[in-house]
Design a protein around this ligand. Structure first.
Ligand SMILES: Cc1cc2nc3c(=O)[nH]c(=O)nc-3n(C[C@H](O)[C@H](O)[C@H](O)COP(=O)(O)OP(=O)(O)OC[C@H]3O[C@@H](n4cnc5c(N)ncnc54)[C@H](O)[C@@H]3O)c2cc1C
Length: 380
């Protein structure tokens, strides 16, 4: 077990109480109606949890990745969609700007993102560039004091509701990965449009959409990280994103396990609680063990990130992303099994958790890609 500080334990307690009292009651409805959890987002802003890794002078909490994972995990226990909305905003958008933007950009964009008056997202994926993200086609051409963007992005979390996006585009297509640049794009920039909103299996309260750029005019001052240095910006966030996704998966696993454990103690069949049957006990034992291991690998990654070991943590970040997501899939599937027919009904949250868990093996780098990274690291 990772030794948390007193402040980290207090943070966990605070977020857990908030999640149980205010987020859990909305979880069914936002999943059912596929709506953005506006109330929870506002409350997370009031609690100072949006800019968790941002220094206080820009309106953030001045905390680290361990705290970020604690928040992501606790929200994930009751509602993965809310955790995804928060993680997209706080990690993919805000933390990226904190790490890579210049002083003027940080002063302009971080305070309204941290106080929740603006919603953030990040767009890498395109219709023909998913795992092979560097094959992206979105084009950015310099014209006087602007860059003109043409192309599109798909599957963008917070896309249908976001105000500010970190966007990757090709400024020098002939240079491949060395011709990518990063931009901060506002929804009101001319030529920016939202495309379709996708209907999904899980993560349904976390809106996913298409972004379209038609001669979209982005001021040159919104380029960040340097022209043709976007791949470095992109890579700088992948490990922490993977660890945070590990925390979300851990949260889902815990939520499903807690529900299955309670049910197994209460459900009577053949005159006994089903928890007394060894086949059910074996499932619960595997779940408990895999949750403990998910916790260890997630927080090992978070602690490495807090120690600034970003380059050294490729392996651990891939382990956390891969292991915790596959555990979440196994644990939620077994939780549905333990609840039997009720597990398949929407009266209990485990069917939603199983649908949410599936995305964890796809988004932020698929399980296959994580295995390739692990193999590359151990073979080099
Ligand atoms: C709900 C949701 C939210 C998302 N949010 C965002 C977001 O906010 N921003 C963003 O930029 N993107 C986002 N994505 C995109 C996500 O990161 C991609 O879906 C993911 O990286 C996989 O890309 P793909 O879907 O194009 O699949 P593909 O890359 O086409 O992969 C298809 C299959 O082929 C496998 N595969 C691909 N290459 C290899 C290989 N070399 N070896 C073996 N197998 C391989 C994959 O593992 C997968 O099983 C989101 C996706 C979803 C579904």
């Amino acid at each position: 077990m990772i030794e948390f500080t007193t402040e980290q334990k207090m943070l966990r307690e605070t977020v857990r109480n908030f999640a149980e009292k205010e987020v859990a009651p909305l979880a069914y409805e936002i999943d059912h109606t596929e709506r953005f959890p506006t109330e929870s987002f506002k409350r997370l802003a009031e609690m100072g949890l949006l800019g968790i890794t941002v220094p206080v002078e820009y309106g953030g909490a001045g905390a680290g990745y361990t705290e970020m994972c604690i928040v992501g995990e606790e929200l994930g226990v009751v509602c993965c969609s809310t955790s995804a909305v928060w993680g997209t905003h706080s990690d993919l958008c805000i933390d990226n700007i904190r790490r890579n933007a210049n002083e003027a950009q940080k002063k302009k964009y971080l305070p309204p993102l941290c106080d929740g008056s603006r919603i953030g997202g990040l767009a890498m994926t395109e219709p023909s560039a998913g795992s092979d993200v560097m094959s992206m086609k979105l084009r950015a051409e310099r014209r006087n004091d602007d860059y003109i963007l043409n192309g599109s992005k798909i599957f963008i979390s917070n896309g249908p509701v976001g105000d500010v996006f970190v966007i990757y585009a090709k400024t020098a297509p002939e240079k491949g990965a060395h011709g990518v640049s990063a931009f901060i794009v506002e929804k009101d920039f001319s030529g920016f449009q939202r495309g379709k909103k996708f209907e999904k299996m899980g993560w349904r309260g976390s809106p996913t959409g298409e972004l379209i750029f038609e001669d979209c005019r982005v001021p040159a001052e919104n380029l960040f990280g340097g022209e043709n240095r976007g791949a470095m910006v992109l890579m700088s966030g992948l490990n922490t994103e993977r660890v945070l996704l590990g925390a979300l998966s851990l949260g889902i696993s815990r939520g499903a396990y807690e529900c299955a454990l309670k049910y197994a103690k209460e459900r009577i069949q053949f005159g006994k609680p089903i928890a007394s049957f060894q086949l059910i006990q074996a499932k619960l034992a595997d779940m408990a063990m895999e949750i403990e291991l998910s916790h260890l690998i997630t927080y090992k990654g978070a602690v490495m990130a807090d120690r600034g070991l970003h380059r050294e943590m490729n392996l651990v970040a891939a382990y956390a992303k891969l292991y915790c997501s596959e555990v979440a899939m196994r644990v939620t599937t077994e939780a549905v099994q333990i609840l039997g027919g009720y597990g398949y009904m929407k009266e209990f949250p485990v069917e939603r958790m199983m649908r949410d868990a599936k995305l964890q093996t796809i988004g932020g780098g698929t399980s296959e890609i994580q295995r390739l990274i692990i193999a590359r690291e151990i073979l080099q």
